[in-house]
Write a protein that binds this ligand. Sequence first.
Ligand SMILES: [Zn+2]
Length: 204
Amino acid sequence: MNKKLIKLFIFINVLVFAALLVDYRQPEILAENYLQPQSLTEADMPEKIVKTDEEWHKLLTPEQYRITREKGTETPFTGKYNNFKEKGVFQCVCCGNVLFSSDTKFDSGTGWPSFWAPFSNKSIEMADDSSLFMKRTEVLCSRCGAHLGHVFNDGPQPTGFRYCINSVALKFVKKKGGDTPVPKKTRRSHRSNPDRLRPDHDLL
Ligand SMILES: [Zn+2]
C-alpha cells in the first residue's frame, strides 16, 4: 500500500514538473516571436538632426517656429498648400526630409493640406497627443522631430488614413518631368541613404 502511494506521489510529481516545463517554455517562444519584427537596424532610420531652440529660431520664421517647434496649428483655409494641386513632393520646412507626395494629396474639406499616406514609412513618426482635451495622434518629421500635424482614421482608401498637415511645416518641390517626383541626381548628391527617397508602399 505504501509503495503504491509512493509511486502515485512520484507520478503526480512528474506530471506537475512536465506541466511546469510547458508553462515556462511557452512565454519564451512568444517573446521571441514578438521581439523579432521589432528589431530595427541603424541603417533603416534616417540620420537625426538635433538643434537647440536658438538655432531653430535663426533658421525659421516666427510662424514656422511656432508650428513646428512649439506644436502650433495654422488657421484653417489660410495655408498656402490647402488648395494646391501641383505635382511634386512636400519636404519638411525645417530639415528638407521628404514627407509627402502630391500623388497622395486629397481635398478633405477641413482647411488643411491632407494626404492619405506619407512619402515613405520612414518619413514620419507618430506620438500620442492628449492636449486640448482630445486624444489624437501627432505626426512628426522622423529626421528633426518637427511637429507636422495629426493623423485620423477617416481618410479615403486605399489606407483609410487622413494625415492633416500644416502648410507652414511643408516646403513644396515641383516635379520636373518623368515619373519620379524629384530629380534623383540632385536629391542623392547630399543624402547618405538614397533608399529613403524611394516611395515605399509598405503602408498601402
Ligand atoms: Zn524635419
